[in-house]
Each structure stands twice: as structure tokens, then as C-alpha cells.
Design a protein around this ligand. Sequence first.
Ligand code: AMP
Length: 443
Amino acid sequence: MTDDPRSPKEIAGSHSTVVKPSSLDAKAILIPPQAIKGTHDILPGEVEKWQAFESLARTTFELYGFRELRAPVFEPTELFEKGTGATSDVVTKEMYTFTDKGGRSLTLRPEYTPSVVRAIIEHRLDLEGAPMRYYYMGPMFRYDKPQKGRYRQFHQIDIEVFGEKDAAVDAEIIEMAHALLGKLGVTGTETLVNSVGCRACRPAYSAALREAAGKRRAELCPDCQRKAGTNPLRIFDCKVEACREIARTFPLITDFLCEECREHFARLRTYLDALGVAYRVDPRLVRGLDYYTKTTFEIVTSHLGAQNAVLGGGRYDDMMKDFGGPDVCGTGFAMGMERVLSVAAIAPAPKKTLYLAYLGDEAKRAGLELARFLRGSGVECLVEYKDRGMKAHFGRANKLQAAWVLIVGENEIKAGRFGLKDMASGRQIDGTREELLALLRKD
Ligand code: AMP
């Protein structure tokens, strides 16, 4: 807390020039610290929505047999180069990579999937026989241009299922995503699905794309000209309108799928129908990461601007094997928490706080003990230590929108009975601490 009556902006503005220290006196540098561009604080008042979101996600996922797994925030850089894909935008442009004091190249995770695949291989979770259904939540880091809905530190809730080849599980997780979005009050969504084929059928498609891109090469942006040679599928991710226009003329993956991928995709659609999930097939939905095989999907909402995807995912049947692990397939999705919260309609119930109004030192001690007793039974109590008269205590309790005020003075201590005022109704009763607790619990 500060006694400075000015707002943080005013304080920052008043120190807009650096005063160079003439000696080693560090006090001469007056610029207050600020959060890094593209990152943000989640403050009380806002954080309750995050907590409600996380708690709804946990209970929803656990209903489908998912369990939480927590992996480190940083990993060896090569994990993402190999997993996320050396030609993806995330790896080529957006990673927060640094060398640690031991000379290792480390990266703040830009996504979760490679970490989980590593954890499964490292702990041989595939041998345990338990369903490999995991969920995770936490910050991700991408050096992208900050704008509304796009941050450098953002938060994702991810889920993955391993060892299930069946298209039914892809449909099940899409339905689970809808179940969660429904509980969050997210409306106006559309589900886009596609199949991006596999290692058997994608080479022919890539060759056809390379040929088509080659013919229009001169009209593509420099980035897409490079992609046309390395990984032409990535041209579909480009945000330059001219490139998007050209990409619309390219061949479609759906015309190149092998029998197995075609059948998998057909079955995905029948399971989605069975689960009552409405969807649209978007044959250009390739998603930004290199590892997808067969199913890809995205849920977009009409309530967001350019960054309209609230979640995206798909199947990645080769990643585990490519890491030198067992041949175990995977499928999953990642949900952007900031984006979901910006369109969610969750209103967490306001907290019910009891404010302790004590008068004098003896009452302070007795009040502290009373607060300990009540908290032990789940009543939220706030004690502040500024000396206040009874009127000031009530003023403060009002300002804090406390639900109750507990009055502790000399007389109350002598009688062993304390006053409890219900701030909404104005009704005040007195009772022993046990009687008051019974009343508070009922409320
Ligand atoms: P991705 O990991 O790229 O498949 O993204 C999955 C989801 O994470 C997206 O649908 C967004 O909701 C969210 N997301 C991805 N990048 C960002 C970002 N830079 N800022 C905020 N949300 C993001």
C-alpha cells in the first residue's frame, strides 16, 4: 500500500524521464517498473472469473476421465523444434529462447503438447495401463505482435488423449469442449473440422500445393515464397489478404486423402452427428502447427474480431514415435483462456466476508481468537489493524461490502456474547460464538 494519492498512471507520468544517478545512489532512478508488453496482471475482481473457469474446466474434464498433469514452464529448445515443427511460425518466429548459465538452450513453452509427450515417454506412462487422458492449465509464451486477443504471455487450458486411434474420441473431445463452453455461457460458436491426411497421403498433396504455389510465387509475400519451398501447407496460415486470396485457389486436401484417412474423417462426422454437435467442414483448416495428422478442428465465435478462434486442436499420431518413444497416437485441443473469458458469461457469486469491529487492545486479542475460531469453520473473516472507532469500523465494512460485522468490545468479552450485524438487512443479534457460528453457517 502507498500513501501517494495519485493513480499509478500519474505516478508513472510524473517520472517519465530517467534521472541518471550521479553517485551510486539507486534512489535517483525514479521510473516505476511496468509489466512487459504483451503480458498482463490478473487482479482481484478479475481473478475470480479465472478461478471459476478453471474450476468448471476441472470438473468437466474429470467427468470424461481426464486427470491433471503439470509439466515445467521451460524445456530444451529442441523439444519444440522437433515437436511443434521446425517450419511452424511458432518455432521460426515466436519462441522465447535463452541460454542458461550452463550453456543450454532453453525455451519458455509456446504450447503444451510436446512437454506432455516428453513426460509420457520419460515416465513410461503408456505402460501403466491407466487411461492416458490429461488436462493442464497455465501460461504459454509466444513473441507475436500484441493486439486484442493476442498476447506474449497468454494462458491455455489443454487436454490430450493418447493411445486412442478411433475417430470417436476426436468427436468426444469436441463435444467435451462444447460442454465446457456451454457452462461458461459462450454463445455464437461455430465448429470447423477437417482432415489433413497422414504421411501416406500428404506428400502427394504437398507436391500439388507446391506446384500451385510455384505458379503464383511472384504474387506471394516473401514469407510465403519461402514456405512454398519448405512447407506449402503453412501458406494457409498467412494473414496477408493477397496470399489468402491465392490460397483459396489451391487444391484441397480432401481430394487427396488416402482410404484410411477418408474413412477416419467420415467416421468423425458420424460420431459428431450422433453427439449432436453441429459443424462445418473447412478443407483449408490446416492449423498453425506442423504435427497434425488426420483430424483438425477449431471452434470460432462471432463475438470476437480477427482473433476469433477460442480453441483449436487435432490429432498427432506420429509425435511420440518421432521423439523416439513408443508408437502411441494422440489427439487434443488447446483453449485460449483470455479469449474464452472475453466472451464468457460467468458471474462468480460475491464473497461473503465477516468484518471484525473491535474496540481496544483486549478486544483485539479476543477478536483475533474469535476470527481464528470462525475461520476454522469456514467463515471468511477480515481483521484490519488500524485503530478505529465503532462508526469508522462500520464505514469501512460498508466500503468493503462486508456481509456481516462482528462487534467485540469490553462488555461483549465480559458477557461472552458478541454482536453480529447483517449488513444487508441491518438486523443485529447477539449470541455466544457457537450460536453466531450456527447462524452464519445457515446463511
Ligand atoms: P494454438 O496453440 O496455436 O493451436 O492455439 C490454441 C488457442 O490458444 C487459440 O485458439 C487461441 O484461443 C489461443 N491462443 C493462441 N495464441 C495466442 C496468443 N498469442 N494470445 C492469446 N491467445 C492465444
